[in-house]
Write a protein that binds this ligand. Structure first.
Ligand SMILES: [Mg+2]
Length: 254
């Protein structure tokens, strides 16, 4: 029986709660604002969090400054810079370190993440997960057009891991972008649908955006990878890819 050679993970909301990054950024912004704008940091943090909890996205700092009758021009760019440049305090989901430690014994492990390059690098550094991965790709290194669902970052990481697409799994949380490119290149895709996940109740926009398999947790992923069911999936995946002959050619190690 064939085994999966590589498991490649998304970062945000797959290995740690992205909500924590937002709050970490709000702390940095409110601390800066206490010194430079005279808004007490504790108050500022609560106000920013309230806006976020109300569903405000994209113009949070504009709204916040306006609520203090402060001019928005210029200050917002500075707040965005503070937010993006801050060194975050982050913790992986509790099960993640043990899972990666365990999988690393039997699989090559990859990380493939979108988002601003330096922001994502700082997140991974804060999470202290770097040493688990045999290859790490931040798609932003080739510009925004190479963010998922572009096929390019998937092709790059398969090449770096020296694995076949059909023997590799991509694990993500966002059906709008995590599975389309991975499937186009011939990978098997798994959607971790956490009960509290941001995209859990979302329908994939098209059938091609849908994952091959949905699981409720990373604990289920671990069980799946050591199951007979998993072996059946990989046989099917390889046969399908042979029929369709899609994807990139990757050199397997001897
Ligand atoms: Mg994600």
């Amino acid at each position: 029986m064939r085994k999966w050679q590589a498991v490649i993970f998304d970062l945000d909301d797959t290995l740690y709660p992205e909500h924590d990054y937002v709050l970490s950024g709000f702390r940095a912004v409110s601390s800066w604002a206490e010194t430079h704008l005279g808004i007490p940091a504790a108050q500022g943090f609560v106000e920013l969090k309230e806006l976020f909890d109300q569903g405000v996205r994209g113009n949070t700092f504009d709204r916040w400054l306006a609520s203090h009758q402060m001019p928005v021009n210029g200050a917002v760019q500075e707040l965005v810079r503070i937010y993006r440049d801050h060194a975050p305090t982050l913790t992986p989901f509790p099960e993640v370190p043990d899972l990666l430690w365990s999988l690393k014994k039997t699989h090559r492990l990859g990380l493939l993440s979108d988002g601003y390059l330096e922001v994502q690098q700082r997140k991974l550094h804060a999470l202290r997960l770097t040493h688990y991965f045999d290859a790490i790709i931040f798609s932003d290194q080739w510009g925004r057009e190479s963010w998922k669902p572009s096929v390019r970052p998937f092709a790059e990481i398969l090449a770096r891991l020296r694995t076949e697409a059909s023997a590799s799994i991509y694990v993500g949380d966002n059906p709008t972008k995590d599975f389309l490119g991975a499937r186009q290149i011939g990978m098997f895709t798994i959607w971790i649908k956490r009960r509290e996940g941001f995209y859990t109740s979302m329908q994939p926009p098209t059938a091609n955006h849908a994952p091959d398999l949905a699981l409720e947790s990373l604990a289920e992923l671990k069980a799946f990878l050591s199951s007979v069911r998993s072996e059946m999936f990989i046989e099917k995946e390889i046969n399908q890819n042979n029929e369709n002959a899609v994807g990139v050619t990757c050199n397997l190690p001897p």
